[in-house]
Design a protein around this ligand. Structure first.
Ligand code: 10E
Ligand code: SF4
Length: 319
């Protein structure tokens, strides 16, 4: 018989904001404090509905494109990064820009620029239509081809197979990317690796953590929004590593009681753009449903921090 005595929750750690998300959210908060509302933000600052809603309530105005921002106003660029063309458009409208692109995304932009300057063909592994990929590809559109997973490998054509490098989106599945690169290498044996890993520490740590709890879990709940690439990857990894089921939920209200029927162990984790309070909300709901025994499983300790965007630091000093 299923009693609450043998029901438990395994909570994976690390979870919560990565350093890039923390910096981007703080950048909008600081801009609101420093300059006052409204502060415009191009695209969702991070892919989390709760974060966006909270900032909206404080006076941030989210737009899709810079042309929606009034001339001369302040606009923050999201953590996913933007193409150089977006900086040019903003300059053309005399906008004051605050660039909250994660430094680890900027690192990939810089790699793209460097290899394009040496006339390499660049194979960018990533998800078509994702903002980060659009920003990175925009650095050197004439040199970059998108490879959207294994299926994209056959479509690649290069000018010189001796001069090809692969780069990637920062939030991909580590395992799937390894497979995609191996497949690319069967076509281009001299394919060059990125100078350092493009999949970032936060993405790979969260995947390592979910792998640790998946096999022991009958169900893995991932807290994250539907458009959050890194959160969606956690659901896939959980299933690949032995969870019988895994669901993505924006918050506790999305957790359905019927998921828990016959379940003994629930795994719980969250994407890199998810406020910790939402995870705590899911834990409270699970406790109400008889899963009060909670065990934290920590796989890697994180200590990465990034300074606020330089535009804010400069104005703070000047003020
Ligand atoms: O969809 P993503 O996982 O890229 O974005 P997110 O906003 O959910 O998480 C933060 C990741 C960023 C900004 C991309 N490096
Ligand atoms: Fe930066 Fe990685 Fe976080 Fe993206 S997921 S914002 S690359 S630290």
């Amino acid at each position: 018989m299923q009693t609450s005595a043998n029901r438990r929750v395994l909570v994976a750690k690390p979870r919560g904001y990565c350093a890039g998300v923390d910096r981007a959210v703080q950048a909008v908060e600081r801009a609101l404090e420093q300059y006052g509302a409204p502060i415009y933000v191009r695209k969702q600052i991070v892919h989390n509905t709760h974060v966006v809603k909270t900032l909206e309530e404080r006076g941030a105005v989210f737009v899709e494109e810079t042309e929606e921002v009034p001339e001369g106003a302040i606009v923050v660029f999201s953590a996913h990064g933007v193409a150089p063309a977006v900086h040019e458009e903003a300059a053309g409208r005399r906008l004051k820009t605050i660039d909250a692109t994660c430094p680890l995304v900027t690192k990939v932009h810089n790699e793209a620029k460097r290899f394009a300057a040496k006339d390499y063909d660049i194979l960018l592994i990533g998800h078509e239509g994702h903002e980060e990929v659009e920003g990175t590809a925009g650095e050197a559109p004439e040199h970059i081809q998108l490879v959207d997973g294994l299926d994209g490998v056959g479509e690649v054509s290069v000018r010189d197979p001796e001069k090809v490098v692969w780069l990637s989106q920062t939030t991909l599945s580590v395992d799937e990317t390894t497979e995609t690169v191996a497949r690319l290498r069967t076509r281009f044996p001299n394919l060059i690796d990125p100078p350092s890993d493009d999949i970032c520490y936060a993405t790979s740590n969260r995947q390592t953590a979910v792998k640790q709890i998946a096999a022991e879990s009958d169900l893995v709940i991932v807290v994250g929004s539907a458009n959050s690439s890194n959160s969606k990857r956690l659901v896939e990894v959980a299933k690949d590593y032995g969870a019988a089921a895994s669901y993505l939920v924006d918050d506790a209200s999305f957790v359905r009681e019927e998921w828990l029927e016959g379940v003994r162990t629930v795994g719980l984790t969250s994407g890199a753009s998810v406020p910790e309070e939402l995870v705590q909300g899911v834990l409270a709901k699970l406790a109400d449903l008889g899963f009060a025994d909670v065990e934290e499983v920590e796989s890697v300790q994180e200590s990465m921090r990034f300074a606020l965007p330089h535009e804010l630091r400069r104005d703070l000093r000047a003020g």
